[in-house]
Design a protein. Structure first.
Length: 196
């Protein structure tokens, strides 16, 4: 009896220490990538790419484009950014309104630099929403206050899933272990609720 109580207490203590690690497993940063070209479509090697937070007015560490004119900026905090590109013999280019959320891999369409001095600047505002083209992963961040204000039962996070854009629910929710609602995301089957 003492041994089983000691085992249970030990398991609870270990569980409490592992609980914070589960919270760290959530993806809270995003990645941005793209290509820099000149007006003729040729890649620009060694262009300096900076990101400026539009809400905090801070800059990330600049990266340089590689031999293919590509750049990747990882570990970006969720925010709206302005991308600033500069290279010798080209005008500095700024594109505003690039939104990155946690878990996103945002692919920026190729940015074309114009010939000119680096003291000249060309500003472009993002005209359309950028798509996450780098993977099929999708994420949605909900604030606690958003969840609390929903007219749903707050005992089960699964009640929020059908409210996320792109997720469809079908069928009826059945108590007592019977099959629950079938859930789909962008036409893909996610499975059934409780009691499969």
């Amino acid at each position: 009896m003492k041994r089983s109580i000691c085992s249970i207490v030990s398991a609870l203590v270990v569980g409490l220490f592992l609980l914070p690690l589960l919270a760290l497993a959530q993806i809270t940063v995003g990645t941005m990538s793209g290509r820099i070209v000149d007006a003729s479509g040729a890649v620009v090697v060694g262009a300096k790419v900076d990101l400026i937070s539009e809400t905090q007015n801070t800059r990330t560490t600049a990266v340089l484009t590689n031999a293919e004119g590509d750049y990747v900026i990882p570990n970006l905090a969720p925010d709206t950014y302005t991308i600033e590109v500069s290279a010798p013999s080209f005008k500095t280019l700024r594109r505003r309104g690039i939104v990155v959320t946690g878990g996103d891999r945002v692919g920026v369409p190729p940015l074309a630099l114009e010939v000119g001095g680096t003291t000249e600047t060309v500003s472009v505002t993002a005209e359309m929403a950028l798509l996450q083209t780098q993977s099929s992963e999708r994420s949605t961040a909900l604030e606690q206050t958003q969840i609390n204000e929903l007219p749903i039962s707050h005992g089960n996070f699964g009640n929020v899933v059908p409210l996320i854009p792109g997720v469809m629910s079908g069928g009826d929710c059945h108590p007592a272990g019977r099959r629950g609602p079938e859930q789909r995301h962008d036409g893909r089957h996610l499975g059934h609720g409780h009691g499969q």
